[in-house]
Write a protein that binds this ligand. Structure first.
Ligand code: AHM
Ligand code: MG
Length: 342
């Protein structure tokens, strides 16, 4: 809340991470360093995001950095910033990125790192050009202890329930970093004047029920009947219900931003399977799994419509899966419509 930011109890992300680490005796500090590397990359990306739209101006004035980097597409730039931060840190043996076809090994023969990181460096990047919120999503796994040889993509294909941490950053009207290590969900807002993420949203819980639904309604004709009926139900007037219907549609087209709003206010986000995208559009490893881990930790539900997202067996790094995610009562309701029980 605002009072946490302005009051006497300022806590930086760094302090928070160190406090948590000291809760687990025997830890080597590697995981804390990994989180700090991610937060640092997030600050670099946020700086670049805030300059989006100025690229041409910089180009004209010759005010580009030595590598000419401000002219790069922002999503590729974000990818490179995260890879660079993780490479420097040495805690990670393998990276998977939505912006890169193959998994990226970071250290070869005897990798000392304990972790695998998968991420979507700039989600919703089609929104960059028009000044709409975008974000980064990340997911962290342990390198399996019994792996043989260099860490490979097979080692990264772990079910979402085995994540050790997951988080996202929204570059919105402010920049917020939200993450979980399986012990609740906490949010940190960037204070640009001091360049630190400060604990602003401790122990986030999503409301049991919400009034907002987020779906690309342009695809209506290709939805399965149960989904059509669920959306129709949310649109049908029932003033005596609690909360009263009709509900409200909110759809930004940046999953991170839609997810964050629904997490805080209550709601459901849906990217279903449809004719054009038979497995939906969102990526299991970069989008669905990390958000599923976070929503469950915040008291919500994440379903494919047909089962728990965190239990989907991964087969490929870039695999897609349908997503029904948000307030528990709203997702339960969706499931019962899909199952034809209503
Ligand atoms: P991206 O990772 O290529 O940006 O695509 C994912 C995005 C999500 O952020 C967003 O929710 C969704 O695609 C929007 O898709 P659509 O335009 O089909 O509604
Ligand atoms: Mg994305």
């Amino acid at each position: 809340t605002a009072s946490t930011l302005s009051g006497g109890s300022l806590k930086t992300l760094e302090q928070f991470i160190i406090e948590r680490e000291s809760d687990s005796p025997g830890s080597t500090g590697q995981f804390s360093r990994l989180l700090r590397d991610l937060a640092l990359a997030a600050k670099v990306v946020e700086r670049d995001v805030r300059k989006a739209g100025l690229v041409d101006i910089f180009g004209e004035t010759g005010d580009v950095n030595v590598q000419g980097e401000v002219q790069k597409k922002l999503d590729l730039l974000a990818h490179e910033e995260f890879v660079r931060a993780l490479r420097r840190g040495g805690e990670v043996c393998l990276i998977g990125s939505e912006e890169h076809a193959e998994a990226i090994p970071l250290q070869f023969d005897d990798c000392q790192g304990k972790y695998i990181v998968l991420f979507d460096p700039l989600d919703g990047s089609s929104n960059v050009d028009v000044n709409v919120s975008i974000g980064t999503i990340f997911s962290i796994y342990k390198v399996p202890e019994d792996h043989a040889g260099p860490v490979s993509v097979e080692n990264a294909l772990q079910p979402g329930r085995d994540q050790v941490a997951a988080g996202y950053i929204v570059y919105g009207s402010s920049t917020i970093l939200v993450y979980t290590t399986g012990n609740g969900v906490n949010g940190f807002t960037l204070d640009p004047s001091i360049g630190e993420f400060l604990l602003s949203h401790p122990n986030i819980r999503t409301p049991e029920m919400g009034e907002m639904y987020s779906i690309n309604e342009g695809n209506y004709n290709s939805w399965e009947p149960g989904l059509k009926e669920y959306i129709k139900w949310m649109q049908t007037e029932a003033p005596e219900d609690d909360p009263p219907r009709p509900f409200t549609t909110r759809y930004i087209g940046s999953f991170v931003a839609d997810f964050h709003r629904n997490l805080m206010k209550g709601g459901v986000y849906i990217y279903p399977a449809n004719a054009r995208n038979p497995s939906g559009k969102l990526r299991l490893m970069y989008e669905a799994n990390p958000m599923a881990f976070i929503i469950e930790q915040a008291g919500g539900i994440a379903s494919t419509g047909n089962g728990r997202i965190l239990d989907v067996p991964p087969e490929a790094l870039h695999q897609r899966c349908p997503v029904y995610i948000g307030s528990p009562k709203m997702v339960e309701m969706a499931k019962s419509f899909l199952a034809g029980e209503r």
